[in-house]
Design a protein around this ligand. Sequence first.
Ligand SMILES: C[S@@+](CC[C@H](N)C(=O)[O-])C[C@H]1O[C@@H](n2cnc3c(N)ncnc32)[C@H](O)[C@@H]1O
Length: 271
Amino acid sequence: MDAPRSDNRDNWDDRVAGHIEGYRVDHYINEPAHMSDIVMFDKERLGDIAGLDVLHLQCHIGTDTLTLARLGANVTGVDFAPSAIATADDMFARTNTPGRFVLSELYDSPQALQGQFDIVYTGVGAINWLPDIGGWAGVVDHFVKPGGRLFMTEGHPVAWALDQDREDRLLVLGFPYFEGRMQTWNEERSYLGDATLTYTTSHEWNHGLGEIFTALLERGFEIRLFEEHRVLPWQMHSWMEVGKDGWFRFPHEIADQVPLMYTLVAQKPSQ
Ligand SMILES: C[S@@+](CC[C@H](N)C(=O)[O-])C[C@H]1O[C@@H](n2cnc3c(N)ncnc32)[C@H](O)[C@@H]1O
């Protein structure tokens, strides 16, 4: 693994202790019907996943994976942070939920995990930690069965390109839209939880919509759904408003100016 991804692994491993509280893992353990907001947002577009084999890439501590399992899927999660995988394993054991977790770096996961899946699922805040969207599409292609699909809801690259520190409520571009230029952060806190981090350095890459679509189209995928959303599950700008649904959005006057997330479904043709 190269130095930026090694930094990211240490950083993400370090975030887990605070995220166990931040993501309210206790709710998932104590309440058998508790579901993650993100997967519930996806539920209608996902359709009925009961009995389907679902691979969750960059599954983090498994709260979304558990929700997919509670919707009836046979789940497998992959992540490169040992504490995240240990937390997911523990949560599944304590809730008697069938599922398996594999510790692997994303680009190495075809060597770490056998088999193909009806759905490869990836959630919000995942591909921005990956340097190469073409290589990511290769991993997705490797794991999707013929006739199966990629399902992703992700932060929008236009939103990632905005300067998030503007307090004057202006939407100003401050970061790359296209892939290629790595952004490095040094932050003592994660977006959730109160824990102070030891491994404070992380690196991100944006990926333009054209780059994402092209990477999938070049692999033979067919785009089945693409929707842009006006909400986010975290407060990207300090002046975003939170709705009754718990999701963050820009104030009403500018809510139509910039997309904050998108959902993309891409299907691999049947052989
Ligand atoms: C923001 S979290 C995903 C959160 C997920 N949407 C959820 O709500 O549970 C990003 C995850 O990507 C993982 N990750 C980042 N880079 C990775 C890589 N190169 N290989 C595997 N996992 C990676 C991190 O360990 C972390 O668990």
